[in-house]
Design a protein around this ligand. Structure first.
Ligand code: TXA
Ligand code: MG
Length: 335
């Protein structure tokens, strides 16, 4: 059944809040990527989110809050170190996994006894949660398997006719999803790298481990989301790792792919000009690159490119998060 999706201005957050209170689903901006939200305590509403996104039911979603009171209403126990992280990094792009209270439906946690919680800093998101009067469960507002939406136009592309409303919040600030840290383990473990880096977290709570194994489909993973292919455009992505002769390597690959008759686009940070090949400069900082990469994945698909050649970065700081997403999108990773 096709829904009549309301496209709302940020000034109409009250309309969106009303929809959430009545059990509907709304796409809204956060500082990372757009989320598709529903009342986190309403099992039926949450199921609508999974259906609209075509998300596998065994992949849990993040609950978004606007106050520490709400954290207490969702978490069975708040470990001391989790509290330190919340105080330091919230509101912001950090998701903290804790033991859930029984009030949190298993549809949110995909049957797990833990729940992922985050307080976003985006003003529209905060206002939506406050006005709804309930925590909001929200995965990214893309169709499952597509790159996360970093602009309302992406959410509209994927969810018009499927969501009850979409709030027009413009471009997101960070462009990569939040850092996810599991605080239910003896040693806190970063399950997904993001803008809040391992170093930033260690400076607050000491040693943490970073989950960084290659994951095979169907294998047991700590975060169910890890086993799904993600962030992938239709085009084949070839990721060229950071190295001394990276620029030359990209040139060489681009030319030989072109000879094979491929329609290629090069996404890079360095100025790499190759005759007859379309190139997009992603800006010169890793933050610029992170902000824009999902957008250009989508645009490359729209323009009918069949191969995306992308420049990798060093895997430190935000580069760790960026490379994590690029490796998942890529079918070939090469030096
Ligand atoms: O920045 C973000 O985190 C965005 C915005 C909308 O907040 N949300 C987002 O949600 O990226 P999603 O559903 O696309 O990713 C959530 C990730 C998934 O990999 C999921 O498996 C993991 O968090 N996750 C959620 N609850 C979990 C839990 N209880 N235990 C382990 N992993 C969990
Ligand atoms: Mg997602």
């Amino acid at each position: 059944m096709k829904k009549n999706t309301k496209i709302l201005d940020p000034s109409q957050v009250d309309v969106a809040a009303e929809i959430i209170r009545k059990g509907g689903i709304v796409a809204f901006p956060t500082e990372t990527v757009y989320g598709l939200g529903a009342d986190a305590l309403n099992d039926k509403a949450i199921k609508k989110v999974f259906k609209a996104k075509k998300r596998p039911l065994d992949n849990p979603v993040i609950v978004h809050i606007s106050s520490l009171e709400q954290l207490k209403s969702l978490a069975e126990r708040i470990p001391h170190k989790a509290r330190i992280l919340a105080d330091k990094f919230w509101p912001g792009p950090l998701t903290i996994i804790v033991r859930k209270k029984k009030e949190v439906p298993y549809s949110v946690t995909a049957g797990l006894n833990s729940v992922a919680i985050r307080m976003p800093s985006n003003e529209i998101a905060r206002e939506l949660i406050e006005r709804s009067g309930t925590p909001i469960a929200a995965p990214s507002a893309n169709l499952s398997g597509k790159p996360s939406p970093t602009h309302h136009s992406h959410a509209i592309e994927d969810l018009k006719g499927r969501a009850d409303a979409i709030i027009k919040g413009g471009e997101t600030e960070i462009g990569l999803e939040s850092t996810v840290i599991d605080m239910t383990r003896t040693i806190p473990t970063i399950l997904r790298p993001g803008k809040i880096t391992p170093r930033m977290i260690q400076n607050q709570i000491g040693f943490v481990s970073v989950y960084n194994k290659k994951v095979k489909k169907d294998s047991k993973v700590p975060s169910p989301g890890m086993k799904y292919r993600h962030y992938s455009p239709k085009a084949q992505v070839i990721l060229v790792r950071y190295s001394q002769n990276q620029k030359a390597r990209i040139r060489e690959l681009a030319s030989s792919l072109k000879k094979e008759g491929k329609k290629i686009i090069v996404l890079s940070r360095q100025d790499i000009r190759i005759k007859g090949i379309k190139r997009i400069l992603l800006g010169d900082s890793i933050l610029d690159m992170s902000r824009k990469v999902f957008r250009y994945f989508r645009e490359a698909d729209k323009e009918g490119y069949d191969t995306i050649l992308i420049e990798g970065t060093m895997e430190t700081g935000l580069g760790l998060a960026l490379m994590n997403r690029l490796k998942r999108a890529a079918s070939i990773v090469t030096k």
